[in-house]
Design a protein around this ligand. Structure first.
Ligand code: FES
Length: 338
């Protein structure tokens, strides 16, 4: 999809205009955009923002703010280019220094809210972006807080912020950094993937640590199971999910999705997410993170057979009224929307 280079419209969701100062190539498929905002932009290390993609802001995508307030010179977004991805393609291939982008206010609960507790930060791939933001802040502002990091990559060339990680490790004795590379591990790196054994051996005080995890869904699911097996309390674990669990879509079974205003019926594959079904049939819906984190796809279901995988931003009252996050709602039978 090709968009004009200057989406010059603020939207209610994304009212903060920022100018692109520089774009840095981090790894073969990851870029960092340094942004200038001429006003105060309030955010906490680890949070994300939605970004308007397109001329009128009809599409938003969520990206981590990889910078750290009070430490980083610019607000930065670090983005992996996904083949066919309209948001990442636009930000990494079309936007140039001097262009403007529009951001939402900062959102998200993936923050270091217990500075008195030692940290264990677990990241894979692009999941390192909020982890770097949090690590910078903890090291500089909470020197008593021990910070242990395990960062998993495919190969050493995929390490995002490679030089900065080395600088931090040299400067801060309270940082214990381990990089795990599946291929071509360099001296000082672990060859292979993170495992329960690695955690057990290298983090003897794991039950005392606050564990923050960010990475692809399978990595997060595995890691959470190891933490449970190692006796880490659930309330010590904070996970950042930007990818919903894979939906199992049935190609040959369909259900009826009914919309009351205006009345319409649509055939939808069983197992679709409500968001996919709405987008397929041009039913208005806003989606940014697509992973049950930001709340922008909140939709009311009057009745039907469905399963939710995240209700993170919904109140108990909204859930009782039938509200769901469309991106995190799998349709299992006929469903009627309000
Ligand atoms: S798009 Fe963010 S919660 Fe659904």
């Amino acid at each position: 999809m090709t968009f004009p280079l200057f989406p010059d419209q603020p939207t209610a969701l994304c009212p903060n205009r920022m100018q692109v100062h520089a774009i840095t190539h981090e790894t073969p498929d990851v870029w960092t955009l340094a942004l200038i905002h001429h006003d105060v932009y309030d955010y906490r290390p680890g949070q994300f923002a939605r970004v308007n993609i397109g001329p009128t802001g009809e599409i938003q995508r969520a990206y981590t703010l990889s910078s750290t307030p009070g430490i980083s010179r610019f607000i930065t977004l670090t983005v992996r280019h996904i083949a066919g991805g309209s948001g990442s393609g636009w930000l990494t291939q079309q936007v140039k220094p001097g262009d403007y982008v529009w951001l939402s206010d900062a959102q998200g609960e993936f923050v270091n809210s217990r500075a008195e507790q030692p940290l264990l930060l677990l990241a894979a791939g692009c999941g390192v972006t909020p982890v770097m933001s949090i690590a910078r802040d903890a090291l500089a502002n909470h020197p008593q807080q021990s910070v242990q990091v395990f960062y998993s990559v495919r190969s050493p060339q995929d390490v995002i912020f490679a030089a900065e990680w080395q600088q931090l490790a040299a400067r801060y004795p309270q940082l214990d950094l381990t990089i795990l590379a599946e291929q071509d591990a360099q001296p000082g790196q672990i060859a292979g993937r993170l495992s329960q054994d690695v955690l057990q051996l290298r983090v003897p005080d794991i039950q005392a640590r606050r564990v923050m995890i960010c990475g692809p869904a399978p990595y997060m699911a595995l890691t959470e199971s190891w933490l449970a097996a190692l006796g880490v309390a659930a309330n010590h674990i904070v996970s950042e999910r930007f990818q919903p669990p894979e939906a199992v879509v049935s190609a040959d079974k369909t259900l009826t999705l009914t919309r009351l205003q205006p009345l319409a019926h649509y055939r939808v594959p069983v197992g679709s997410t409500l968001l996919a079904a709405m987008e397929q049939h041009q039913i208005p819906v806003t989606a940014a993170c697509r992973a049950g984190v930001c709340g922008s796809c909140k939709t009311r279901v009057l009745s039907g057979d469905y399963r939710t995988t995240s209700t993170m931003t919904l109140s108990a009252e909204e859930i009782a009224q039938g509200y769901v996050l469309a991106c995190s709602c799998q349709l299992e039978g006929d469903v009627t929307l309000a």
